[in-house]
Design a binder for this molecule. Structure first.
Ligand code: CS2
Length: 516
Protein backbone atom coordinates (compact mmCIF):
# COMPACT_ATOMS: atom_id res chain seq x y z
CA UNK A 1 0.00 0.00 0.00
CA UNK A 2 1.33 3.44 -0.85
CA UNK A 3 0.57 6.43 1.33
CA UNK A 4 -1.75 9.14 0.10
CA UNK A 5 0.35 12.19 -0.57
CA UNK A 6 -0.61 15.59 0.81
CA UNK A 7 -0.90 16.77 -2.80
CA UNK A 8 -3.59 14.12 -3.31
CA UNK A 9 -5.72 15.35 -0.41
CA UNK A 10 -5.07 18.98 -1.41
CA UNK A 11 -6.67 18.34 -4.82
CA UNK A 12 -10.25 19.37 -5.59
CA UNK A 13 -12.74 16.78 -4.35
CA UNK A 14 -14.58 14.50 -6.73
CA UNK A 15 -18.19 15.70 -6.93
CA UNK A 16 -21.03 16.32 -9.37
CA UNK A 17 -19.34 19.14 -11.25
CA UNK A 18 -15.76 17.97 -11.15
CA UNK A 19 -16.79 14.46 -12.25
CA UNK A 20 -18.87 15.79 -15.14
CA UNK A 21 -15.98 17.99 -16.26
CA UNK A 22 -13.10 15.52 -15.93
CA UNK A 23 -14.38 11.94 -15.97
CA UNK A 24 -16.52 9.60 -18.03
CA UNK A 25 -19.70 10.28 -16.10
CA UNK A 26 -23.38 11.09 -16.46
CA UNK A 27 -23.82 14.81 -15.87
CA UNK A 28 -26.79 14.21 -13.54
CA UNK A 29 -28.05 11.36 -11.40
CA UNK A 30 -31.25 9.60 -12.57
CA UNK A 31 -34.52 11.41 -12.05
CA UNK A 32 -36.08 8.96 -9.58
CA UNK A 33 -35.11 6.29 -7.07
CA UNK A 34 -36.41 2.98 -8.40
CA UNK A 35 -33.86 0.81 -6.59
CA UNK A 36 -32.94 0.48 -2.93
CA UNK A 37 -29.71 -1.42 -2.46
CA UNK A 38 -28.75 -3.04 0.86
CA UNK A 39 -24.97 -3.41 1.24
CA UNK A 40 -23.11 -0.34 -0.02
CA UNK A 41 -19.78 -2.13 -0.37
CA UNK A 42 -17.22 -2.18 -3.13
CA UNK A 43 -18.82 -5.06 -5.00
CA UNK A 44 -22.15 -3.30 -5.51
CA UNK A 45 -20.43 -0.05 -6.47
CA UNK A 46 -18.27 -1.75 -9.13
CA UNK A 47 -20.87 -4.19 -10.43
CA UNK A 48 -24.59 -3.39 -10.24
CA UNK A 49 -23.98 0.36 -10.27
CA UNK A 50 -21.79 0.10 -13.37
CA UNK A 51 -24.26 -2.14 -15.24
CA UNK A 52 -27.08 0.24 -14.23
CA UNK A 53 -25.15 3.27 -15.51
CA UNK A 54 -24.57 1.48 -18.82
CA UNK A 55 -28.25 0.50 -19.06
CA UNK A 56 -29.36 4.07 -18.39
CA UNK A 57 -26.94 5.43 -20.96
CA UNK A 58 -28.92 3.36 -23.49
CA UNK A 59 -32.46 3.71 -22.08
CA UNK A 60 -32.92 6.41 -19.48
CA UNK A 61 -35.42 5.98 -16.67
CA UNK A 62 -36.14 6.60 -13.00
CA UNK A 63 -33.70 3.98 -11.84
CA UNK A 64 -31.51 5.83 -9.41
CA UNK A 65 -30.11 3.72 -6.57
CA UNK A 66 -30.45 4.57 -2.90
CA UNK A 67 -27.49 2.76 -1.32
CA UNK A 68 -27.81 1.53 2.25
CA UNK A 69 -24.74 0.59 4.31
CA UNK A 70 -25.31 -1.69 7.31
CA UNK A 71 -23.28 -0.34 10.21
CA UNK A 72 -20.06 1.13 8.82
CA UNK A 73 -20.71 4.73 7.87
CA UNK A 74 -17.48 5.64 6.00
CA UNK A 75 -18.55 4.95 2.41
CA UNK A 76 -22.02 6.50 2.75
CA UNK A 77 -20.60 9.61 4.43
CA UNK A 78 -17.84 10.05 1.83
CA UNK A 79 -20.33 9.54 -0.99
CA UNK A 80 -22.60 12.21 0.51
CA UNK A 81 -19.63 14.58 0.69
CA UNK A 82 -18.98 13.85 -3.00
CA UNK A 83 -22.55 14.44 -4.30
CA UNK A 84 -22.90 10.59 -4.33
CA UNK A 85 -20.08 10.25 -6.88
CA UNK A 86 -17.13 7.87 -6.68
CA UNK A 87 -14.82 6.42 -9.29
CA UNK A 88 -14.42 2.86 -10.53
CA UNK A 89 -10.77 2.18 -11.32
CA UNK A 90 -10.76 -0.64 -13.85
CA UNK A 91 -7.29 -2.02 -13.81
CA UNK A 92 -5.16 -4.58 -15.66
CA UNK A 93 -1.47 -4.68 -16.57
CA UNK A 94 -2.40 -3.23 -19.99
CA UNK A 95 -4.44 -0.25 -18.90
CA UNK A 96 -6.25 1.74 -16.25
CA UNK A 97 -9.67 3.16 -17.06
CA UNK A 98 -11.62 5.36 -14.70
CA UNK A 99 -15.38 5.91 -14.81
CA UNK A 100 -17.82 7.59 -12.43
CA UNK A 101 -21.14 5.71 -12.49
CA UNK A 102 -23.25 8.59 -11.02
CA UNK A 103 -26.36 6.45 -10.50
CA UNK A 104 -26.86 6.87 -6.76
CA UNK A 105 -29.57 9.17 -5.51
CA UNK A 106 -28.92 8.68 -1.81
CA UNK A 107 -26.68 6.94 0.72
CA UNK A 108 -27.94 5.88 4.15
CA UNK A 109 -26.52 3.94 7.08
CA UNK A 110 -29.10 1.49 8.44
CA UNK A 111 -27.77 1.66 12.01
CA UNK A 112 -28.04 5.47 11.99
CA UNK A 113 -31.16 6.09 9.90
CA UNK A 114 -33.30 2.97 10.35
CA UNK A 115 -36.64 4.72 9.77
CA UNK A 116 -35.41 6.30 6.54
CA UNK A 117 -34.39 2.85 5.33
CA UNK A 118 -37.84 1.38 6.04
CA UNK A 119 -39.45 4.38 4.32
CA UNK A 120 -37.24 3.83 1.28
CA UNK A 121 -38.13 0.12 1.11
CA UNK A 122 -41.80 1.11 1.32
CA UNK A 123 -41.65 4.08 -1.08
CA UNK A 124 -44.07 3.71 -4.01
CA UNK A 125 -41.30 4.52 -6.52
CA UNK A 126 -39.09 1.67 -5.22
CA UNK A 127 -39.58 -1.22 -7.63
CA UNK A 128 -36.47 -3.29 -6.94
CA UNK A 129 -34.66 -4.03 -3.67
CA UNK A 130 -31.20 -5.43 -4.34
CA UNK A 131 -28.76 -6.99 -1.88
CA UNK A 132 -25.05 -7.63 -1.54
CA UNK A 133 -24.70 -8.41 2.14
CA UNK A 134 -22.15 -11.26 1.75
CA UNK A 135 -22.72 -14.93 2.48
CA UNK A 136 -23.07 -14.42 6.21
CA UNK A 137 -25.49 -11.52 5.97
CA UNK A 138 -28.43 -13.89 5.48
CA UNK A 139 -28.73 -15.21 9.07
CA UNK A 140 -29.02 -18.71 7.67
CA UNK A 141 -28.52 -21.68 9.97
CA UNK A 142 -26.70 -24.63 8.40
CA UNK A 143 -28.05 -26.72 11.27
CA UNK A 144 -31.74 -26.12 10.54
CA UNK A 145 -31.25 -25.26 6.83
CA UNK A 146 -33.36 -22.16 7.38
CA UNK A 147 -33.51 -18.83 9.18
CA UNK A 148 -31.32 -18.87 12.28
CA UNK A 149 -34.03 -18.61 14.93
CA UNK A 150 -31.38 -19.07 17.65
CA UNK A 151 -29.65 -15.84 16.65
CA UNK A 152 -30.29 -13.07 19.23
CA UNK A 153 -30.41 -10.55 16.37
CA UNK A 154 -33.10 -12.52 14.51
CA UNK A 155 -35.07 -12.87 17.75
CA UNK A 156 -34.82 -9.13 18.44
CA UNK A 157 -36.05 -8.42 14.91
CA UNK A 158 -38.95 -10.83 15.34
CA UNK A 159 -39.94 -9.02 18.55
CA UNK A 160 -39.95 -5.81 16.56
CA UNK A 161 -37.17 -4.12 18.55
CA UNK A 162 -36.02 -1.01 16.71
CA UNK A 163 -33.81 -0.61 14.82
CA UNK A 164 -33.88 -3.85 12.83
CA UNK A 165 -30.54 -5.65 13.14
CA UNK A 166 -30.63 -8.22 10.34
CA UNK A 167 -31.04 -7.88 6.60
CA UNK A 168 -33.98 -10.29 6.48
CA UNK A 169 -35.65 -8.49 9.41
CA UNK A 170 -35.12 -5.13 7.73
CA UNK A 171 -36.61 -6.36 4.47
CA UNK A 172 -39.68 -7.85 6.14
CA UNK A 173 -40.30 -4.71 8.21
CA UNK A 174 -39.95 -2.62 5.03
CA UNK A 175 -42.36 -4.89 3.15
CA UNK A 176 -44.84 -4.71 6.02
CA UNK A 177 -44.77 -0.91 5.86
CA UNK A 178 -45.13 -1.08 2.08
CA UNK A 179 -48.18 -3.32 2.31
CA UNK A 180 -49.85 -1.01 4.82
CA UNK A 181 -49.11 2.13 2.79
CA UNK A 182 -50.02 1.10 -0.76
CA UNK A 183 -49.30 -2.60 -1.38
CA UNK A 184 -47.50 -2.05 -4.69
CA UNK A 185 -45.51 -5.07 -5.92
CA UNK A 186 -41.76 -5.16 -5.60
CA UNK A 187 -38.82 -7.41 -6.47
CA UNK A 188 -36.13 -8.51 -4.04
CA UNK A 189 -32.97 -9.43 -5.96
CA UNK A 190 -30.06 -11.08 -4.15
CA UNK A 191 -26.68 -10.42 -5.76
CA UNK A 192 -24.61 -12.56 -3.38
CA UNK A 193 -22.56 -15.66 -4.13
CA UNK A 194 -25.02 -18.21 -2.76
CA UNK A 195 -26.43 -21.33 -4.37
CA UNK A 196 -30.03 -20.48 -5.33
CA UNK A 197 -29.70 -16.95 -3.94
CA UNK A 198 -33.19 -15.85 -5.07
CA UNK A 199 -34.99 -18.92 -3.79
CA UNK A 200 -33.04 -18.77 -0.51
CA UNK A 201 -33.83 -15.08 0.07
CA UNK A 202 -37.53 -15.70 -0.60
CA UNK A 203 -37.52 -18.66 1.75
CA UNK A 204 -35.82 -16.75 4.59
CA UNK A 205 -38.23 -13.83 4.18
CA UNK A 206 -41.17 -16.24 4.36
CA UNK A 207 -39.72 -18.05 7.39
CA UNK A 208 -39.26 -14.74 9.19
CA UNK A 209 -42.86 -13.80 8.34
CA UNK A 210 -44.15 -17.19 9.52
CA UNK A 211 -42.49 -16.60 12.90
CA UNK A 212 -44.31 -13.27 13.46
CA UNK A 213 -47.41 -13.03 15.69
CA UNK A 214 -50.53 -14.41 13.98
CA UNK A 215 -52.13 -11.10 13.02
CA UNK A 216 -48.97 -9.80 11.33
CA UNK A 217 -48.33 -13.14 9.67
CA UNK A 218 -51.83 -13.46 8.26
CA UNK A 219 -51.68 -9.95 6.86
CA UNK A 220 -48.31 -10.39 5.16
CA UNK A 221 -48.20 -13.96 3.85
CA UNK A 222 -50.80 -13.70 1.04
CA UNK A 223 -49.38 -10.40 -0.20
CA UNK A 224 -45.84 -11.82 -0.23
CA UNK A 225 -47.09 -14.65 -2.42
CA UNK A 226 -48.88 -12.40 -4.87
CA UNK A 227 -46.80 -9.22 -5.05
CA UNK A 228 -43.14 -9.93 -4.24
CA UNK A 229 -40.73 -11.83 -6.48
CA UNK A 230 -37.27 -13.16 -5.69
CA UNK A 231 -35.42 -13.84 -8.96
CA UNK A 232 -32.08 -15.64 -8.85
CA UNK A 233 -28.90 -14.03 -10.16
CA UNK A 234 -25.28 -14.81 -10.86
CA UNK A 235 -22.86 -11.96 -10.27
CA UNK A 236 -19.21 -11.88 -11.25
CA UNK A 237 -16.48 -9.28 -11.00
CA UNK A 238 -13.28 -9.39 -9.00
CA UNK A 239 -13.33 -6.35 -6.76
CA UNK A 240 -10.50 -5.96 -4.24
CA UNK A 241 -10.54 -3.68 -1.21
CA UNK A 242 -9.74 -0.01 -1.80
CA UNK A 243 -6.21 1.11 -0.99
CA UNK A 244 -4.35 4.39 -1.42
CA UNK A 245 -2.93 3.03 -4.68
CA UNK A 246 -6.35 3.60 -6.23
CA UNK A 247 -6.85 7.02 -4.64
CA UNK A 248 -3.47 7.93 -6.15
CA UNK A 249 -4.55 6.57 -9.57
CA UNK A 250 -7.62 8.81 -9.51
CA UNK A 251 -5.50 11.78 -8.43
CA UNK A 252 -2.98 11.16 -11.20
CA UNK A 253 -5.55 10.68 -13.95
CA UNK A 254 -8.42 12.96 -13.01
CA UNK A 255 -6.58 15.49 -10.83
CA UNK A 256 -9.26 14.91 -8.17
CA UNK A 257 -9.38 13.49 -4.67
CA UNK A 258 -11.83 10.61 -4.28
CA UNK A 259 -11.96 9.19 -0.74
CA UNK A 260 -13.81 6.04 -1.82
CA UNK A 261 -12.77 4.81 -5.27
CA UNK A 262 -13.42 1.16 -6.12
CA UNK A 263 -10.84 -1.00 -7.91
CA UNK A 264 -12.12 -3.67 -10.28
CA UNK A 265 -10.92 -5.99 -12.99
CA UNK A 266 -12.10 -5.25 -16.57
CA UNK A 267 -14.29 -8.40 -16.68
CA UNK A 268 -17.87 -8.20 -15.44
CA UNK A 269 -20.80 -10.59 -15.80
CA UNK A 270 -24.38 -10.54 -14.52
CA UNK A 271 -27.02 -13.16 -15.29
CA UNK A 272 -30.55 -12.89 -13.90
CA UNK A 273 -33.97 -14.47 -14.08
CA UNK A 274 -36.43 -12.06 -15.62
CA UNK A 275 -39.06 -12.15 -12.86
CA UNK A 276 -39.49 -8.53 -11.88
CA UNK A 277 -42.81 -7.64 -10.26
CA UNK A 278 -42.75 -3.89 -10.93
CA UNK A 279 -40.34 -3.24 -13.81
CA UNK A 280 -36.59 -2.86 -13.91
CA UNK A 281 -33.88 -0.91 -15.74
CA UNK A 282 -33.04 -2.10 -19.26
CA UNK A 283 -30.09 -4.00 -17.82
CA UNK A 284 -29.91 -6.10 -20.99
CA UNK A 285 -28.48 -2.94 -22.59
CA UNK A 286 -26.01 -2.60 -19.74
CA UNK A 287 -24.25 -5.91 -20.29
CA UNK A 288 -26.53 -8.20 -18.26
CA UNK A 289 -27.95 -11.46 -19.54
CA UNK A 290 -31.50 -12.63 -18.81
CA UNK A 291 -32.35 -16.29 -18.62
CA UNK A 292 -35.22 -18.50 -17.50
CA UNK A 293 -32.89 -20.65 -15.41
CA UNK A 294 -29.92 -19.06 -13.73
CA UNK A 295 -28.78 -22.13 -11.80
CA UNK A 296 -26.30 -23.50 -14.36
CA UNK A 297 -24.56 -20.08 -14.51
CA UNK A 298 -24.60 -19.81 -10.75
CA UNK A 299 -23.04 -23.23 -10.19
CA UNK A 300 -20.49 -22.68 -12.96
CA UNK A 301 -19.33 -19.50 -11.32
CA UNK A 302 -19.57 -20.62 -7.68
CA UNK A 303 -17.56 -23.75 -8.34
CA UNK A 304 -15.07 -22.95 -11.14
CA UNK A 305 -14.34 -19.40 -10.04
CA UNK A 306 -15.13 -19.16 -6.35
CA UNK A 307 -14.25 -22.74 -5.40
CA UNK A 308 -10.90 -22.66 -7.19
CA UNK A 309 -10.30 -19.15 -5.83
CA UNK A 310 -10.56 -20.51 -2.28
CA UNK A 311 -7.96 -23.19 -2.95
CA UNK A 312 -5.60 -20.61 -4.50
CA UNK A 313 -6.08 -18.27 -1.54
CA UNK A 314 -5.42 -20.89 1.15
CA UNK A 315 -2.41 -22.46 -0.56
CA UNK A 316 -1.11 -18.98 -1.44
CA UNK A 317 -1.46 -17.61 2.09
CA UNK A 318 0.22 -20.71 3.56
CA UNK A 319 3.02 -20.21 1.03
CA UNK A 320 3.52 -16.62 2.24
CA UNK A 321 1.86 -14.98 -0.79
CA UNK A 322 0.04 -11.74 -0.24
CA UNK A 323 -1.94 -11.70 -3.47
CA UNK A 324 -3.86 -14.05 -5.75
CA UNK A 325 -1.68 -13.25 -8.81
CA UNK A 326 1.44 -14.01 -6.76
CA UNK A 327 -0.13 -17.28 -5.66
CA UNK A 328 -1.26 -18.45 -9.06
CA UNK A 329 2.22 -17.54 -10.34
CA UNK A 330 3.58 -20.44 -8.26
CA UNK A 331 3.52 -23.52 -10.51
CA UNK A 332 2.32 -25.88 -7.77
CA UNK A 333 -0.64 -23.63 -6.98
CA UNK A 334 -1.53 -23.17 -10.66
CA UNK A 335 -1.46 -26.95 -11.12
CA UNK A 336 -3.60 -27.58 -8.02
CA UNK A 337 -6.04 -24.94 -9.30
CA UNK A 338 -6.20 -26.63 -12.73
CA UNK A 339 -6.78 -30.01 -11.11
CA UNK A 340 -9.56 -28.91 -8.78
CA UNK A 341 -11.21 -26.96 -11.59
CA UNK A 342 -11.03 -29.56 -14.37
CA UNK A 343 -11.07 -32.85 -12.45
CA UNK A 344 -13.33 -32.07 -9.51
CA UNK A 345 -15.53 -29.01 -10.13
CA UNK A 346 -16.19 -29.24 -13.88
CA UNK A 347 -17.57 -32.83 -13.85
CA UNK A 348 -20.05 -31.71 -11.17
CA UNK A 349 -21.75 -29.21 -13.50
CA UNK A 350 -24.09 -28.85 -16.41
CA UNK A 351 -22.32 -26.13 -18.36
CA UNK A 352 -24.76 -23.53 -19.82
CA UNK A 353 -25.09 -24.01 -23.60
CA UNK A 354 -23.58 -20.62 -24.48
CA UNK A 355 -20.45 -21.16 -22.38
CA UNK A 356 -17.32 -22.87 -23.69
CA UNK A 357 -15.75 -24.36 -20.55
CA UNK A 358 -12.19 -24.21 -21.89
CA UNK A 359 -12.56 -20.58 -22.84
CA UNK A 360 -14.20 -19.83 -19.48
CA UNK A 361 -11.41 -21.59 -17.55
CA UNK A 362 -8.73 -19.88 -19.66
CA UNK A 363 -10.28 -16.51 -18.86
CA UNK A 364 -10.32 -17.38 -15.17
CA UNK A 365 -6.58 -18.05 -15.11
CA UNK A 366 -5.97 -14.74 -16.94
CA UNK A 367 -8.22 -12.93 -14.47
CA UNK A 368 -6.47 -14.44 -11.44
CA UNK A 369 -3.10 -13.50 -12.94
CA UNK A 370 -4.01 -9.76 -13.05
CA UNK A 371 -0.96 -8.47 -11.19
CA UNK A 372 -2.08 -4.85 -11.43
CA UNK A 373 -5.13 -5.60 -9.30
CA UNK A 374 -3.32 -7.04 -6.28
CA UNK A 375 -6.35 -8.99 -5.02
CA UNK A 376 -5.33 -10.27 -1.59
CA UNK A 377 -5.34 -13.87 -0.43
CA UNK A 378 -6.63 -12.71 2.96
CA UNK A 379 -9.72 -11.17 1.29
CA UNK A 380 -10.64 -14.33 -0.64
CA UNK A 381 -9.72 -16.54 2.34
CA UNK A 382 -11.90 -14.60 4.77
CA UNK A 383 -15.30 -15.95 5.86
CA UNK A 384 -14.41 -19.46 4.69
CA UNK A 385 -16.91 -20.94 7.13
CA UNK A 386 -19.76 -19.43 5.12
CA UNK A 387 -18.14 -19.48 1.68
CA UNK A 388 -16.87 -23.08 1.48
CA UNK A 389 -20.34 -24.43 2.20
CA UNK A 390 -21.47 -22.91 -1.12
CA UNK A 391 -18.51 -24.26 -3.02
CA UNK A 392 -17.19 -27.60 -1.72
CA UNK A 393 -19.72 -30.11 -0.29
CA UNK A 394 -22.01 -30.79 -3.27
CA UNK A 395 -19.22 -31.51 -5.76
CA UNK A 396 -17.29 -33.45 -3.09
CA UNK A 397 -20.33 -35.63 -2.38
CA UNK A 398 -20.81 -36.35 -6.04
CA UNK A 399 -17.30 -37.82 -6.26
CA UNK A 400 -17.47 -39.62 -2.91
CA UNK A 401 -20.78 -41.26 -3.79
CA UNK A 402 -19.20 -42.48 -7.02
CA UNK A 403 -16.37 -44.00 -4.97
CA UNK A 404 -13.73 -41.38 -5.87
CA UNK A 405 -11.81 -39.27 -3.40
CA UNK A 406 -11.78 -35.58 -4.50
CA UNK A 407 -8.24 -34.94 -3.27
CA UNK A 408 -8.15 -31.27 -4.26
CA UNK A 409 -11.45 -30.48 -2.57
CA UNK A 410 -10.03 -32.18 0.53
CA UNK A 411 -6.93 -30.02 0.06
CA UNK A 412 -9.14 -26.91 -0.06
CA UNK A 413 -10.66 -27.81 3.31
CA UNK A 414 -7.25 -28.77 4.76
CA UNK A 415 -5.81 -25.44 3.59
CA UNK A 416 -8.72 -23.54 5.10
CA UNK A 417 -8.44 -25.32 8.46
CA UNK A 418 -4.66 -24.84 8.61
CA UNK A 419 -5.18 -21.10 7.99
CA UNK A 420 -7.95 -20.44 10.50
CA UNK A 421 -7.50 -23.23 13.06
CA UNK A 422 -3.76 -23.87 12.84
CA UNK A 423 -2.66 -27.08 14.57
CA UNK A 424 -0.68 -26.58 17.82
CA UNK A 425 2.83 -25.36 17.04
CA UNK A 426 2.07 -24.56 13.37
CA UNK A 427 2.54 -20.97 12.21
CA UNK A 428 0.39 -20.30 9.14
CA UNK A 429 1.89 -16.89 8.41
CA UNK A 430 0.59 -13.32 8.37
CA UNK A 431 -1.84 -13.62 5.46
CA UNK A 432 -3.66 -16.56 7.02
CA UNK A 433 -3.64 -14.83 10.42
CA UNK A 434 -5.32 -11.80 8.83
CA UNK A 435 -8.25 -13.84 7.47
CA UNK A 436 -11.46 -12.87 9.23
CA UNK A 437 -13.94 -15.63 9.97
CA UNK A 438 -17.10 -15.49 12.07
CA UNK A 439 -16.52 -19.13 13.11
CA UNK A 440 -12.87 -18.82 14.22
CA UNK A 441 -13.62 -19.10 17.95
CA UNK A 442 -16.21 -21.81 17.51
CA UNK A 443 -13.86 -23.83 15.32
CA UNK A 444 -11.03 -23.46 17.79
CA UNK A 445 -13.27 -24.81 20.57
CA UNK A 446 -14.55 -27.74 18.45
CA UNK A 447 -11.05 -28.77 17.38
CA UNK A 448 -9.55 -28.35 20.86
CA UNK A 449 -12.40 -30.46 22.29
CA UNK A 450 -11.86 -33.29 19.80
CA UNK A 451 -8.07 -33.44 19.52
CA UNK A 452 -6.28 -30.95 21.79
CA UNK A 453 -2.77 -32.22 21.00
CA UNK A 454 -2.87 -32.51 17.21
CA UNK A 455 -5.72 -30.26 16.11
CA UNK A 456 -6.87 -30.67 12.52
CA UNK A 457 -4.06 -33.12 11.76
CA UNK A 458 -6.33 -35.65 13.41
CA UNK A 459 -9.32 -37.17 11.62
CA UNK A 460 -11.36 -36.94 14.85
CA UNK A 461 -10.95 -33.16 14.85
CA UNK A 462 -11.94 -32.83 11.18
CA UNK A 463 -14.92 -35.11 11.78
CA UNK A 464 -16.01 -32.90 14.67
CA UNK A 465 -15.75 -29.85 12.41
CA UNK A 466 -17.88 -31.55 9.75
CA UNK A 467 -20.40 -32.67 12.37
CA UNK A 468 -20.84 -29.04 13.39
CA UNK A 469 -22.55 -28.47 10.03
CA UNK A 470 -19.82 -26.18 8.75
CA UNK A 471 -19.81 -27.93 5.36
CA UNK A 472 -23.42 -29.05 5.30
CA UNK A 473 -24.46 -32.50 6.49
CA UNK A 474 -23.65 -34.93 3.70
CA UNK A 475 -19.89 -35.14 4.18
CA UNK A 476 -20.28 -36.70 7.61
CA UNK A 477 -21.52 -39.85 5.81
CA UNK A 478 -18.03 -40.20 4.34
CA UNK A 479 -15.50 -40.53 7.17
CA UNK A 480 -12.84 -41.17 4.50
CA UNK A 481 -13.16 -37.49 3.48
CA UNK A 482 -12.41 -36.25 7.02
CA UNK A 483 -9.49 -38.70 7.18
CA UNK A 484 -8.07 -37.38 3.90
CA UNK A 485 -8.47 -33.74 5.02
CA UNK A 486 -6.59 -34.55 8.24
CA UNK A 487 -3.85 -36.34 6.30
CA UNK A 488 -3.39 -33.35 3.99
CA UNK A 489 -3.38 -30.96 6.96
CA UNK A 490 -0.61 -33.10 8.44
CA UNK A 491 1.37 -32.87 5.18
CA UNK A 492 0.89 -29.07 5.17
CA UNK A 493 2.36 -28.91 8.67
CA UNK A 494 5.31 -31.16 7.87
CA UNK A 495 6.10 -30.28 4.24
CA UNK A 496 4.26 -27.04 3.57
CA UNK A 497 1.51 -26.36 1.03
CA UNK A 498 3.69 -27.43 -1.90
CA UNK A 499 4.18 -30.85 -0.29
CA UNK A 500 0.44 -31.22 0.26
CA UNK A 501 -0.34 -30.17 -3.32
CA UNK A 502 2.17 -32.77 -4.58
CA UNK A 503 0.51 -35.40 -2.39
CA UNK A 504 -2.97 -34.51 -3.74
CA UNK A 505 -1.68 -34.62 -7.30
CA UNK A 506 0.01 -38.00 -6.93
CA UNK A 507 -3.07 -39.44 -5.27
CA UNK A 508 -5.32 -38.09 -8.06
CA UNK A 509 -3.15 -39.65 -10.71
CA UNK A 510 -3.19 -42.97 -8.89
CA UNK A 511 0.57 -43.08 -8.43
CA UNK A 512 1.94 -44.48 -5.19
CA UNK A 513 2.03 -41.74 -2.57
CA UNK A 514 5.37 -40.80 -1.01
CA UNK A 515 5.87 -42.49 2.33
CA UNK A 516 7.23 -39.92 4.72
C1 CS2 B 1 -14.00 -14.48 -4.05
C2 CS2 B 1 -15.09 -13.64 -4.67
O1 CS2 B 1 -13.74 -13.55 -1.93
C3 CS2 B 1 -14.11 -14.53 -2.56
O2 CS2 B 1 -14.51 -15.54 -2.02
O3 CS2 B 1 -14.00 -15.75 -4.61
O4 CS2 B 1 -15.28 -12.44 -4.00
C4 CS2 B 1 -14.82 -13.38 -6.16
O5 CS2 B 1 -13.74 -12.50 -6.34
C5 CS2 B 1 -16.04 -12.81 -6.82
O6 CS2 B 1 -17.14 -13.64 -6.56
C6 CS2 B 1 -15.82 -12.66 -8.32
O7 CS2 B 1 -17.01 -12.46 -8.94
Amino acid sequence: MTTTTTTTTALPRLGRETAAARARSRPAAPSGTGIVHLGLGNFHRAHQAVHTAAALAHTDGPWGILGVAGRTPDVARAMREQDLRYSVVEISPERTRITVPAVHTGALVAAEQPEDVLDALAAPATAVITLTVTEHGYTFSPRTHGLDLDSPDVRADLRGDAPARTTIGRIVRGLQRRLRLHARPVTVLSCDNLVGNGELTGRLVREFTEALPAAEREELVPWLESAVTFPGSMVDRIVPATTDTYRDAVAARLGLYDAVPVPAEPFSMWVMEDRFAAGRPAWEHGGALFTADVEPYELLKLRLLNGTHSLIAYLGALDGRETVPDSVGRPFIAEAARRVLYDEYLPSLTVPPDVDPDHYAGQLFDRWANTALGHRTRQVGSDGSVKLRQRVPDPALLHLRAGRMPHHLALTVAGYLCCVTPPPGFEPGPHAAAMADPARERLRAIVAGAAPGTGVRSAAAVRAVLESGLLGDGLTEHPEFAARVAELADVIVRHGPAGAAADALLATDGAPRPTD
